[in-house]
Design a protein around this ligand. Structure first.
Ligand code: KG4
Ligand code: ZN
Length: 327
């Protein structure tokens, strides 16, 4: 089955063609530059960019895959969750493409997409596995037993790991998106210079919380004052990164201890983070677990992962999907 998928849940306009788990094309048009001066994604700006880019990104995905619309057997689109205006552009585009040729359309959950990135070639990972998803909008641990669904073991009670990084970066006067900026700066800093809380709740639960570490960073910079904060920026970034990575991997270890696992997978934009990848690799090595790390372009938002999830979602036939809304 050749699937063309569209993903517009946040600030990346994405389209991809996937054939039986093989990625034929994966086009990502980042709007980061448009949002940078605001230090975060502005929903209305994102929607407008999606409108301008959607058709061009679809054309590029078809061209890269060396395929025509007539060869596409089904369409797929992210229906939930995300910025409502941004999602609507993708849903409308997918509906129009599918309806024009009376072909089926699958509505995909964005988080199922992050999980399903692991099912893509080469070396697809078969369930069961434990999946840590950390992105700009979500942080969760998923128990994946089947390709069709997953169970949430724990999730963030406040901010997502990526959002916490973007806020941290703003406090340190860095650009957007903050994750890569903090990683770059932290490489020259001492992760133990400042003691920031890792948010390891005593109840042994698997939920996450990043509001505490964000506030601690704010207080640390206030205490240091502007000039000193500036001078010690690398140490602050390294300590902050260590606290966020420490919480993510701490929860992962808890989940591993609570169950029997053979494999672990990472997903979401934060999974592109070097120190996180290295620490998770170490944990898996110690426990003799298989670790699946998809390449960074499949970690951050993309449409190939949406096409991958669509293979395990019942598609709607024409004209049923014309009534769909974004959620
Ligand atoms: O999955 P994603 O592309 O979009 C959402 O679904 O939110 O994740 C984007 C997030 C941003 O918050 C960004 O700061 C973070 O992923 N990120 C990183 C890195 N690259 C992107 N965080 C830490 N280290 C990185 N190298
Ligand atoms: Zn995402």
């Amino acid at each position: 089955m050749r699937i063309l998928a569209i993903e517009t849940s946040c600030d990346d306009t994405c389209a991809a063609v996937v054939d039986e788990g093989r990625v034929l094309s994966n086009v990502i048009s980042s709007q980061a530059a448009a949002h940078e001066r605001f230090g975060g994604v502005v929903p209305e700006v994102a929607s407008r960019h999606h409108l301008q880019l959607a058709n061009r990104v679809v054309d590029a995905a078809l061209a890269d895959a060396d395929t025509g619309l007539e060869d596409v057997e089904a369409f797929a689109v992210t229906r939930r969750p995300g910025l409502i205006g941004a999602l609507l552009v993708g849903v409308s585009t997918a509906k129009a493409l599918a309806a024009a040729s009376r072909k089926p359309l699958a509505g995909v959950d964005h988080l199922h997409g992050h999980v399903a990135a692991n099912f893509l070639e080469p070396e697809p990972l078969d369930p069961p596995f434990l999946c840590l998803i950390a992105s700009g909008g979500h942080t969760l641990l998923a128990d994946v037993r089947e390709r069709e669904r997953f169970q949430v073991l724990g999730q963030t009670l406040d901010d997502a790991a990526g959002e916490a990084r973007d806020t941290g970066a703003r406090l340190l006067g860095l650009g957007y998106p903050g994750g890569p900026e903090i990683e770059r700066l932290a490489a020259d800093g001492d992760p133990e210079a400042f003691e920031l809380p890792r948010g390891m709740s005593r109840d042994g639960g698997l939920d996450f919380s990043f509001s505490g570490v964000k506030t601690s960073l704010l207080y640390a910079t206030r205490e240091l004052g502007e000039a000193e904060s500036e001078r010690r920026r690398a140490d602050l970034a390294a300590s902050y990164q260590a606290a966020v990575v420490g919480q993510l991997t701490g929860r992962l270890e808890r989940a591993l201890e609570a169950g029997e696992w053979e494999a672990v997978a990472l997903g979401g934009g934060v999974a592109a983070n070097g120190p996180l990848r290295r620490r998770v690799a170490q944990i898996c090595e110690e426990r003799e677990l298989r670790l699946k790390l998809v390449p960074p372009q499949l970690c951050t938002d993309n449409a190939a992962m949406i096409a991958s999830a669509a293979r395990y979602v019942e598609p709607a036939a024409y004209p049923g999907y014309l009534e769909w809304d974004a959620e």
